[in-house]
Design a protein around this ligand. Sequence first.
Ligand SMILES: C[S@@+](CC[C@H](N)C(=O)[O-])C[C@H]1O[C@@H](n2cnc3c(N)ncnc32)[C@H](O)[C@@H]1O
Length: 360
Amino acid sequence: MTTELGRLIAHRIALTGPISIADFMAEALGHPRLGYYRRALPLGAPGDFTTAPEISQMFGELLGAWLADRWLAMASPAPVRLVELGPGRGTLMADALRATRGVPGFHAALDLHLVETNAPLREAQRAALNGFAPTWHERLDDVPAGPLLLIANEFFDALPVRQFHRTAEGWRERMVGLAADGTLRLALAPGPTPFAAALPEAAPGAETELSEAGRALAAALGMRLGRDGGWALIVDYGYDQSGLGSSLQAVRGHRGADILDRPGETDLSTHVDFAALAAASGVRSFGPVGQGDFLCRLGIAERAGTLKRHASPEQVRAIDAALARLIAPDQMGTLFRVLALGDDRSAQPAGFSDTPSDTT
Ligand SMILES: C[S@@+](CC[C@H](N)C(=O)[O-])C[C@H]1O[C@@H](n2cnc3c(N)ncnc32)[C@H](O)[C@@H]1O
């Protein structure tokens, strides 16, 4: 049994022919009424996955400190657009704002913008950020111009990718078509792809992915940073160098699923190609570095120590478990990468090397 959205996609394919994986992802995640990120409340224990800010307040607090430091390094512009892409329940931003209350002038300078397509999550964000008067947008392009501080945690992994398979004849795009019984199925396009020139050299049998949406967003972000000044911090699971492999995965109810299974009820995500994002931005980039190294350089162990001082034994265990989850190499510490994009006008950001910041 497929979903209503699965039937709509099959109908579209029957009428107009096979669609790319990217088009399938765009429908499955973003369909205005039935898309996964439009209707479900996917975050937290009853949902499909848990994210770093939901694991511990320390994550948002340290990212907040990073943002405030960037604001000071930019010579404290007012107003500054503080933007979050895909803020989830608003937890990260609420923790970041609470942690930066004491930075003189910072909150008075902030103009908060949230890019979020999910109506129930917008309501959760409204409740979490009561008092900060956020403005919501469907797209980054709708955020007004001006100096920018932007964060995106687990946002780029939800953007559509195209997938390619190297045959003996060259790269062929993987498409979503219909089986004889009318159900969705994957098949390679019979002819060459116009994207071949953008794909790496590889032997037959290889796979690769390309996210036009991710690159276009990074380019738009870079253009704003270059024009108006500012910084962006992108945190996600992914890889540092573009290359081979397919990473698209489907998750439903905390379990792996088939990517074509129950569109609109299944989360689809990919590993982010950080090199492609940095290159597309056209501005200065730092990292990617592992989330564990990044958070340790920002002082997460010290923050955990402070929280534990007034904690019960049970709370101490919870803080230690959250710390390990965020930074341990076999948990989120290495798979999750952190990339900063910035203008050339302010000093080097914290968290990207063990040496003290220079003052370029
Ligand atoms: C995986 S969740 C991450 C949430 C949050 N950043 C966190 O770390 O808990 C992805 C977020 O991006 C939003 N989202 C996904 N695709 C989007 C799109 N194309 N435009 C705007 N928001 C989107 C989702 O509704 C959700 O808030």
